[in-house]
Design a protein around this ligand. Sequence first.
Ligand SMILES: [Ca+2]
Length: 190
Amino acid sequence: MLKDVAAAVLVCVILSPATANADRLRVSDPNDVPGRLDIRSVAHGHGPRQGLVTHSVRVARGFPSRLLKWNGAFELFFSGRPGGCISTHILIDSTNDGTRARMRFVDPLGCGRFDDSGGSSQYQPIEAIVTRPNARTMKIKLQRKLLPGRGDYGWYAETWFRKRDTRCERECVDQAPNDGGPRGRIAHEL
Ligand SMILES: [Ca+2]
């Protein structure tokens, strides 16, 4: 009985418009960067179990995961509170063994001062499930506790892409959302 009540409460919380907006959110991004990994939208939500959060990034065109071996990557930046200083960075790329996610701690010198010499940690593999819901999307599911802070947190996404003899010969970088400084721009309210 108690279990049923808990489930009913949970459903009500999920269906509440205010919570739904914050808890599951998709933010569009314009066609503003050349190359294969121009971001079109980013989204966050929850996994099937409590404590799991999801983040996905959708780009303009379909791409094979092997593109992320040498020619590009997806990156997610997190702050322990919305609008706070970025302190954690997840890098998603590919190897011969498949797609992987690694994490490092950044910005040890203070808000917005990305200085690797200041002691940012090395990339470490994390327990996360990286999937391709469709040809244009990269999705990661991981434990909330792996991210900074304890409650609501901030984040934004970035891609980079490069290919010889194209406009992205050096590198094309897209961030979403575009607005704001180097801080957690989207609030994931839990
Ligand atoms: Ca874009």
